[in-house]
Design a protein around this ligand. Structure first.
Ligand code: COI
Length: 368
């Protein structure tokens, strides 16, 4: 485990919240936080200008931000974000999971969206500073955690289309239970045949706001068809499985092999995806990053070659897939979800994150 440091890479001015949420109300929220509904007492803000670089770092009361209607992000969506979690261990310590991996992806996303790069140590320190300040908000029950959401956007007030010369970085945090209502409930997947999420040369590999906006009409279609999430195919051949609206996919073979779509340039490189590839190999599974076609999926399930399918992401951890649906048809997984491999990998990951098993890969970062 890497140790949090009190020597910050950038100095944060601290403006404590004069009216934090009362202890009793906070306890009520932590008893049943849901996902993304409640926010802690503080937030981090750092400004960037072309002239002064990153400056004015502060921890301030969580509050709405005033924005000029001509702020570039509201028009041209020059915005990126990250998602990671802080966990409270049995000894009271609070840790985050692989924050350096999120920092590296944030830098890649910034590069793709012509935003300035935030140094990785500032990214990690900003999270540490917020989580330390609001540590009372890190839940300790079951699978709960504090979901941390760093974001960066073009705050320059200008309607010309150009990379912004004024950018804002924020970190907010939200106590989190299960992402999907019903916890580990298996999900139904809708195959989007009309819409695609991203194309080669586009922004699919970046965690930018627009990718999620572009997924919503297909997600709406999924809901209208009784499904929970949408799966996208590649934009050229409409054949290769890419990812869900906000999660990567894994296929478990009857021989125990785990397959996940290879990073095609239009797939988001999930930190959970990467951790599962490592953990599954540790557990003796063969793991493959390969192209998986929609026919491979359907025929594999029909023949019994694919025995489990699951989705993964920071917010939803591992979520079993129960069935695939498309216009005019559907197909249930051969075994009742969650299957044993999904369950075992999910437990192995959560056990590391919650400090119940050793952190062999140095993934945990001690915050406080
Ligand atoms: C995450 O898993 O952290 C995501 O970013 C998915 C979604 C909540 C946007």
């Amino acid at each position: 485990m890497s140790d949090g440091t009190t020597l910050r890479s950038i100095e944060f001015a601290i403006r404590p919240n004069p009216a934090p949420v009362a202890e009793g109300r906070r306890a009520e929220i932590l008893a049943d936080p849901g996902f993304g509904k409640y926010f802690t007492d503080h937030m981090v803000a750092i400004s960037w200008t072309a002239e002064h670089g990153w400056h004015d770092a502060e921890i301030r009361p969580y509050a709405p931000i005033a924005m000029d209607p001509a702020s570039a992000v509201l028009h041209y969506a020059q915005a990126i974000f990250e998602g990671l979690k802080a966990y409270r261990h049995a000894d009271g310590a609070v840790v985050t999971f692989r924050p350096e991996a999120n920092a590296a992806r944030f830098a890649r996303s910034a590069g793709r969206m012509a935003l300035p790069e935030l140094p990785a140590d500032v990214f990690v320190d900003a999270i540490d500073a917020l989580v330390t300040t609001d540590q009372a908000w890190v839940p300790s029950l079951g699978e709960q955690s504090l979901y941390v959401r760093p974001l960066m956007f073009a705050s320059e007030v200008f309607l010309g289309v150009k990379p912004a010369g004024h950018v804002t970085f924020l970190v907010i945090a939200s106590p989190a239970g299960a992402y999907f209502k019903g916890g580990l409930k298996p999900v139904k997947i809708w195959l989007s045949e009309e819409y695609t999420r991203a194309a080669a040369g586009g922004t699919g590999a970046a965690k930018c706001a627009g990718n999620y906006a572009a997924s919503l009409v297909a997600q709406q279609e999924a809901i209208a068809n009784g499904c929970d999430q949408v799966a996208f195919l590649d934009a050229v051949e409409r054949r290769w499985v890419e990812e869900l609206g906000g999660m990567n996919l894994f296929f478990v073979g009857a021989d125990g092999t785990l397959r996940t779509p290879v990073l095609s340039g239009s797939i988001l490189e999930g930190v959970t995806r990467d951790s599962i590839l490592t953990l599954a190999a540790d557990m003796g599974h063969r793991v493959e990053q390969t192209r998986v076609s929609i026919d491979d999926w359907r025929e594999g399930v029909a023949s019994g070659e694919i025995v489990e399918v699951f989705a993964c992401g920071t917010a939803a951890v591992l979520t079993p897939v129960e069935s695939l649906h498309w216009r005019g048809g559907s197909q249930a997984m051969p075994t009742e979800a969650p299957g044993p491999v999904t369950t075992a990998i999910r437990a192995a990951l959560l056990d590391i994150q919650h400090g119940r098993s050793p952190d062999r890969h140095g993934w945990l970062h001690k915050v406080c």
